[in-house]
Design a protein around this ligand. Structure first.
Ligand code: BGP
Length: 476
């Protein structure tokens, strides 16, 4: 058999803070993602090194309006349906449901908004895949409790999960507990609301926060299965295998260590216990994680049903400090691989790396995978007649889909679906730009915030429609 399974979930993916806008509408509370500005301060703020807990006049905050999906979602979902989407991955903004984060009762207006979005999907037979937390943390939980460094976050998060699980229990089946959970190590403020204080052991703070998130994820999985045993709960990793620069054993060892930094999270979420290499690392690095006596059991008994991940590129590492030529990648830079081309943003293009990553993950976890992000960020030009010829995006996606099919058809990897990132143009998480576009649908808005917000179809729109209609058979 060389075809993808029937019922394969083709679709696209977005995140609330990068597309919704309406950041104070409908009773929504302020969140970390709202105070991460565009421009040169974005990275220091996202890293938690430059403290910003409210907005000021000197900065531009792209999440405030984004592409205003808050008011355009019906039109947008209709376009997704026109492409034949079977699935749409989007996130719920935590602070729409619990504006402060520690209230006893959810905000009805927020729940009603997402119910309407979900109903709109279901109207077209589109399966919603919901990310419960895509980087966002209500600001009040950051200023009052220190965000995920506090154990109290587990209760607030589980309460939030209960509210949405109960409300949508008959409408949504697929859920992801945390987007790119390993991002917490690289962008602690944007990824988890963490502010690292001067002189603090940053790793101690990050791994304590990671523990709290892992327990929260397991408890959410428990409640999910109690509320609806049919729910499918997934974890989510910013993936991409790390290659060794040479066959020197030192390089190979270093690449293994680098991969473990990421696998660590999924090892816990999927296998249900801390891996020994992590426990040894904590010992060595003097990291003392406070755990409650019941935590080991909670983690053990509530592992995820499937493994989802983002894949943009492979990574490269070397044990030799002389080898230092770097290039950009998803959030953190990597060594430049001379065998690969790169995007305009320096992200290297490696379709076979997707097959390698899929096989590595499937070998390790033996659970179904879901590719919930993949794509090419590029500058698009709108021609005078309104057309957008994005053949570079089609080429990128075509090669990745081929590699994905090889992993399924030749290697036997179980794969639930494929939702390319930013199926409609949205704000870049890494840079805050609009001109770094991923979509099949173009949105008229520029980096200065100007534009009509009008939506139009790119060439890739018609191409992807055919890909879906033929279940991935016609890729040219
Ligand atoms: C991932 C995030 C997304 C998304 C994507 C592309 O890290 O989960 O939110 O933005 O990367 O990255 P960027 O927007 O920086 O191009």
């Amino acid at each position: 058999m060389s075809r993808l399974p029937e019922g394969f979930l083709w679709g696209g993916a977005t995140a609330a803070n990068q597309c919704e806008g309406g950041y104070l509408e409908g009773g929504r509370g302020l969140a970390n993602v709202d105070v991460v500005p565009a421009g040169k301060d974005r990275f220091p703020v996202a890293e938690g090194k430059m403290v910003m807990t409210e907005c000021d006049d000197a900065h531009v905050y792209p999440s405030h309006e984004a592409i205003d999906m808050y008011h355009h979602y019906k039109e947008d979902i209709k376009l997704f349906a026109e492409m034949g989407f079977k699935c749409y991955r989007f996130s719920i903004a935590w602070s729409r449901i619990f504006p402060m984060g520690d209230e006893a009762e959810p905000n009805e207006e927020g729940l009603a908004f997402y119910e309407s979005m979900i109903d709109e999907c279901l109207k077209y037979g589109i399966e919603p895949l919901i990310t419960i937390c895509h980087f966002d943390v209500p600001m009040h939980l950051i200023t009052e409790y220190g965000s995920w460094r506090s154990r109290k976050m587990v209760d607030f998060y589980v309460r939030y999960c209960e509210a949405i699980f109960t409300r949508f229990k008959d409408k949504v089946k697929y859920w992801l507990t945390f987007n790119e959970i390993n991002m917490l190590l690289h962008l602690p403020f944007m990824g988890a609301g963490l502010l690292i204080k001067e002189g603090e052991n940053a790793d101690q703070v990050k791994y304590q926060a990671a523990h709290n998130e892992l327990v929260a994820s397991a408890l959410a999985t428990k409640r999910a299965h109690e509320i609806n045993p049919g729910f499918m709960i997934g974890c989510m990793l910013a993936a991409g295998n790390t290659y060794a620069n040479t066959c020197a054993p030192q390089d190979v060892w270093k690449s293994m260590e680098k991969d473990r930094e990421n696998y660590f999270f999924i090892d816990v979420q999927s296998r249900g216990a801390y891996p020994n290499y992590a426990l040894k690392m904590f010992e060595r690095e003097n990291i003392n994680i406070q755990m409650e006596p019941q935590d080991a059991q909670i983690l053990k008994e509530n592992t995820v049903d499937f493994i989802s991940f983002s894949y943009y590129s492979s990574r490269l590492t070397s044990a030799d400090p002389q080898v230092s030529q770097k290039t950009e990648g998803n959030v953190f830079a990597t060594l430049k691989n001379p065998y690969l081309e790169a995007s305009e943003w320096g992200w290297q293009i490696d379709p076979l790396g997707l097959r390698i990553t899929m096989n590595a993950m499937y070998d390790r976890y033996q659970k179904p995978l879901f590719i919930v992000e993949n794509g090419l960020g590029a500058v698009d030009t709108k021609e005078e007649d309104g057309s957008i010829h994005d053949e570079y995006r089609i080429a990128y996606l075509r090669e990745h889909i081929k590699a994905m099919k090889d992993a399924v058809n030749i290697d036997g990897v179980e794969l639930l679906g494929y939702t390319p990132w930013g199926c409609i143009d949205l704000v870049s998480a890494g840079t805050g730009e609009m001109r770094k576009r991923y979509g099949f649908i173009y949105v008229d808005k520029d980096d200065e915030g100007k534009g009509t917000l009008e939506r139009s179809r790119k060439d890739s729109f018609e191409w992807y429609k055919r890909v879906i209609a033929t279940n991935g058979e016609e890729l040219d």
